[in-house]
Design a protein around this ligand. Structure first.
Ligand SMILES: Cc1cc2nc3c(=O)[nH]c(=O)nc-3n(C[C@H](O)[C@H](O)[C@H](O)COP(=O)(O)OP(=O)(O)OC[C@H]3O[C@@H](n4cnc5c(N)ncnc54)[C@H](O)[C@@H]3O)c2cc1C
Length: 387
């Protein structure tokens, strides 16, 4: 295994590793091959309480910080699994925790902590607006005690394995707001009831084994009490939650990066071609060493983002930069790992091609690399805005 400096999270690391060890590569490979959901794995993580790490103790969780939560996600990916099946459970509830009413928190959080309810889905992206979230067309119009939702979402993950979804919709038309980020609201949507009346789910077959869907809303009624926070402030609430999401996904990429480096280092040490291990060639060593350096650097930014988040300090810059660095590092590590496995990298039984597909996603979702660069250029460096 790659040597990284020991940190203060070794108890969590050891415990998560022990649980993950019960689910060998063959388990994840088989789930991937049938495009299934890793039910038993997610169930074990839930029962052990790991997915409730960020829920305060008064609501039945363990009240840990983002740093600890990120270590859990990192270890899941480092074990060869894919936290994408369950990471929504970690960060979606943060939106509820920070902006929900006392009644909502008392109702939802203990059930999420116990695993009775899953809040794994977040519906933001739309086919026509893409990354330009303020242009979303899904509307929620107040009618009596309910909001009536019409519109469409795309790429909405884990709908089939979640009881609830956080939905972003426009409650005031764009033309009527002062700032384009105003006038959007977030709601808790009961997915099973919605499927029966007003919401159609169409799964999207995709490159990764990632359960994701198109959603169509036609006069879906959401009880007004399911609005989170104040009407019209939803965009701000969502952004707030995205910092946790980005930091956790950075940690997953760090876990992936370390998995790739472990695998390629072992393979390059053993595979003999031209009478010597391929890892004796500097052309093989250097890309692996470079990827390792980049993973370690990304790790520092991940913990910086976590420290700020846990101190309730602004962390948008660090969360974005951590996601950027980690996704890039894991992708470099993935390329080196695939390359130096030669033809064997393409064989399912080595798991490299599966992890390669999985880690590639994080250049695009939940925010593309270009949009992070744009954020840094315009918001941190003060360059003129391009949109
Ligand atoms: C497997 C998967 C799961 C997902 N899960 C969810 C989910 O659960 N919930 C959810 O709401 N969304 C989800 N998404 C959506 C994801 O967040 C978006 O795909 C991502 O934000 C990019 O948006 P887009 O696909 O609309 O790309 P677009 O906005 O159409 O952009 C396409 C590309 O153009 C480039 N680009 C766009 N604008 C600019 C610019 N101004 N400057 C420079 N480059 C630019 C970027 O490189 C970008 O990658 C998921 C996506 C995938 C693939």
């Amino acid at each position: 295994m790659v040597k990284s400096a020991p940190d203060r999270y070794h108890d969590i690391r050891d415990a998560v590793r022990a649980l993950c060890a019960q689910f060998p590569d063959s388990y994840h490979r088989e789930v991937d091959a049938r495009r299934g959901y890793p039910e038993a794995f997610v169930d074990a993580l839930t029962k052990a309480g790991w997915l409730a790490a960020l829920i305060p103790q008064e609501y039945g969780g363990s009240g840990l910080g983002l740093a600890e939560a990120s270590v859990i996600m990192e270890e899941i990916n480092r074990s060869g699994a894919n936290a994408g099946a369950c990471h929504g459970q970690m960060y979606n509830m943060g939106t509820l925790l920070r902006h929900g009413s006392d009644a909502q928190k008392r109702l939802f959080l203990p059930k999420i902590a116990s695993g009775e309810w899953r809040l794994q889905s977040m519906g933001v992206t739309e086919p026509t607006s893409g990354t330009d979230t303020t242009k979303i067309r899904t509307t929620a119009v107040r009618r009596g005690d309910a909001y009536v939702v019409n519109g469409q979402k795309v790429w909405i993950s884990r709908v089939q394995h979640s009881e609830w979804m956080i939905l972003l919709a426009r409650t005031t038309p764009l033309a009527e707001v002062q700032k384009k980020t105003d006038g959007m609201s977030i709601f808790l949507v009961g997915l099973r009831a919605a499927e029966k009346s007003g919401m159609t789910v169409r799964p999207i077959a995709n490159m990764v084994n990632h359960e994701t869907n198109e959603l169509f809303f036609e006069n879906l009624e959401i009880p007004a009490e399911n609005l989170i926070g104040t009407e019209g402030h939803g965009f701000k609430y969502i952004l707030d939650g995205l910092n946790a999401e980005r930091t956790l996904i950075a940690a997953e990429c760090i876990g992936d990066g370390r998995w790739f480096i472990d695998r390629v280092t072992a393979y390059a040490g053993e595979r003999v071609v031209f009478g010597r291990p391929i890892g004796q060639n500097q052309g093989v060593q250097f890309p692996i060493a470079e990827a390792h350096i980049e993973v370690e650097a990304a790790d520092l930014m991940r913990f910086k983002a976590c420290a700020l988040f846990d101190a309730h300090a602004p962390c948008g810059a660090e969360a974005n930069m951590a996601k950027y660095l980690a996704a890039k590092a894991s992708w470099e590590a993935a390329n080196a790992c695939l390359q130096f496995h030669g033809g064997f990298g393409f064989a399912h039984e080595y798991d490299v091609e599966r992890k390669f597909r999985e880690t590639r996603l994080y250049q695009v979702a939940p925010i593309s690399t270009n949009l992070i660069l744009s954020y840094v250029a315009e918001h941190l460096l003060g360059l003129p805005r391009s949109f």
